[in-house]
Write a new protein. Structure first.
Length: 318
């Protein structure tokens, strides 16, 4: 009797070990997309879902997954028919990541996905920008829910409006470019679709703004001109897959005909930290799956054999 119990315990242990080995790999079977560290090259090769139009500069803000709030920010400048990288930095977006295109609503603590123009900026003092600049003062507000100035700069305003003076003195809007989400000239403001989406400083998770270092936000405010663009979203929502490789005799692609990428384009200027959400490579996954399946199959086979032998033993005793 004791031997039978020991045998059953061993079989159950084998089955349990198999499932334990399989489940972790199953959970991580669909990892986030790897971060795209050369978006300017992808833009030059027409491998983005959003057009840059006639923009002289494009700022990419990308996350490895829509649920991530840590992002890689890349500045691209037009060079002939394409774009080359000027700089790269890390930063943060809304607490709950990116909303699907066209689905952002107030109170979600998410950032919009898409391509948006730049025409305005605000902050403590004009750093020398060609954007329409609002020097923030104690009466400076940004039109909130129910405001006649919804999603626009206003002075005085109402209690529902965002207090720009307060947030500037917290460091968030020391220098900030306005991202034209849910506002003209990109679109007529739609109540409830969220407002006050800026590219600012503070370098921390936000309610929906892009937040990075003050040096970077100042650079963006100084260098963008009306019509330049922000392209934002998860890597899988922003970029298209590269076309199949062609033979040497085939006509070169737009990426190949554009100026050679600089070393800065090939790799980020800032080391990508784990906080960016890039998952570490899991090289042991396939091994665990194989081992787990073998243990499960072996355990199940042993149970079947045990049952057959038990029935035969009963038949012989009868």
């Amino acid at each position: 009797m004791a031997l039978r119990h020991i045998r059953r315990s061993l079989l159950l242990a084998a089955l349990a070990a198999g499932f334990i080995a399989v489940l972790p790999s199953a959970v991580h079977a669909s990892p986030a997309s790897p971060q795209e560290t050369a978006p300017c090259t992808k833009l030059s090769a027409h491998q983005t879902r959003y057009s840059s139009g006639t923009a002289s500069r494009v700022v990419f803000v990308t996350a490895t997954d829509a649920a991530q709030n840590a992002v890689l920010i890349t500045g691209c400048v037009r060079n002939g028919a394409g774009y080359i990288q000027e700089w790269q930095q890390t930063g943060f977006i809304g607490k709950n990541g990116f909303a699907p295109e066209g689905q952002l609503r107030e109170g979600q603590y998410r950032s919009p996905t898409g391509s948006f123009s730049a025409t305005e900026a605000l902050g403590r003092a004009d750093p020398g920008t060609r954007l329409l600049y609002h020097t923030v003062n104690p009466r400076s507000r940004w039109g909130g829910p129910g405001s006649p100035a919804y999603n626009n700069y206003v002075e005085g305003g109402s209690p529902a409006d965002e207090n720009l003076w307060y947030w500037m003195n917290q460091g968030t809007y020391e220098q900030a470019a306005v991202i034209n989400y849910n506002r003209l000239p990109d679109a007529a403001p739609a109540p409830g679709a969220d407002y006050a989406i800026f590219f600012g400083a503070g370098n921390r998770v936000s309610a929906g703004c892009v937040s990075t270092t003050l040096e970077t936000s100042t650079r963006v405010v100084k260098t963008l001109v009306p019509g330049d663009r922000f392209i934002m979203g998860a890597v899988s929502d922003v970029f298209l897959a590269a076309p199949p490789a062609t033979s040497p005799s085939t006509v070169s692609s737009p990426a190949a005909s554009s100026p050679a990428a600089s070393p800065a384009q090939a790799a980020p200027a800032t080391t990508t930290s784990q906080s960016q959400g890039t998952p570490a490579a899991d090289t042991g996954g396939p091994t665990r799956v194989s081992l787990g399946l073998l243990l499960v199959i072996g355990g199940a086979g042993a149970v079947a054999i045990s049952l057959v032998l038990r029935k035969r033993g009963k038949g012989q005793r009868s």
